[in-house]
Design a protein around this ligand. Sequence first.
Ligand code: ADP
Ligand code: MG
Length: 424
Amino acid sequence: MPIAPIDVFVPGRFPTGQLNAYAHRGATQRELESALSRGFVPVVFGSYGVGKSSLAMYCAASWAEKSKLVYIPSVYRLSLRAILERVLEHLGYEVTVERVAETRRGGSGEVGFAAKGNVFTFLKASVSGKAARDWEKGDQESRELVIKSPSDVRIIEICEAGGIFLMIDELHRASAPLSRDLSAFLKSYANMNCKRFKICLLGTEDDASGLVIMDQGIDRVLQEIPVEPISRKEAESIIEPGMKRLGLGISKALVERICIASVGSPFIVQYLCLEMAELARAEGLGAVTNGHFELALVTYIKRKAQRAIRAYRSAIETVGAKRYRKQILLAMAKSDDEYVTMDFLVEKVSEQLGEDIPSTALSGPLRELKEARYGRILKDVENPMGIGRLYNYSAFSDPSIKAVIRLVERIDVDLLEKKVESRS
Ligand SMILES: Nc1ncnc2c1ncn2[C@@H]1O[C@H](COP(=O)(O)OP(=O)(O)O)[C@@H](O)[C@H]1O
Ligand SMILES: [Mg+2]
């Protein structure tokens, strides 16, 4: 059986399988690997879709193989208690959550897990039947535990003994109580000098401090790892070896076209390559062609980007000399930052138009882009960093629209669609 394109190109899945086309992320990847081996807690951050989760998954592959990886895909609506519950269950514990009315009269010094009303929750765990055998030689004490506070060292000891890799993703969705509890947990972790228990944090932010409460107690264990959109070289290193693995030829010029169309998004590279390879296979050809590329791109636009393109087109003005709404969206689409300030927009739009544009000219159009009649393509973000309300930030309501705007600005979508249509 020949290798199938879907075994190699995996849009929307982690490219961590043996046959998958994976781009080594260069210095960023080396930094992450070294942070992990030195016992730091990497805080992997960057825009939506740049490949953060894939990178971290790739680096955690050896733990995943040994079934030591506990991956929390998103912390949305999760508490630290719920996260630790998953870790304990992974280690073979049966967990019950106890709820006790708060009876503290101060001085106990124990910080309970996020209290709701006046009720604390804590974890009660014991080694369950199926895992009990493996624990025969283990000490009695660690077979039964009650964990009342996020800074309890016993859970860290158990993770250390088990050699666990805890990966917490989409941390920008953490609630305030989780951020606080996680901070307490990391503080204990920092004091324990763990050798085998690894933690990795990930989230969509342009500043790592938006993801974790930076605190003197944990500063020294955290290591920030920014991830950028993929470079031309990285895109090539997905396309060329991938096609080769499938026994499909591809010209340099065509590689270049894919790189340009993918606008730094590894997802688009994977998507286009998969489509192209499947078309070539279906036609029994030994190489992918320009025709395949164009059809693949049209398919991508139809299936994945149509809605975003429509949203973009109906938000921008089609006439007018300055077209401020369009200029604002363009400036934001080109930026690597997830949130932008008015200062940023003034600078970028002035650059784009080649003249000084005052903020008063932009504030109206910016407000419109957040209104229903322009599809609320943008939204207000108040203090994304969680500290004070210093600035008003603007962000795309749907972060995946950035890549689509960049694509539409580079490629004449209508012309391409007509071209493909006329051929079929
Ligand atoms: N290093 C890489 N090599 C090849 N493909 C990648 C790489 N990183 C990401 N991808 C592709 O892009 C998609 C989106 O990446 P993902 O890691 O989910 O981004 P993020 O976590 O930053 O939002 C993945 O599903 C995968 O198909
Ligand atoms: Mg991710």
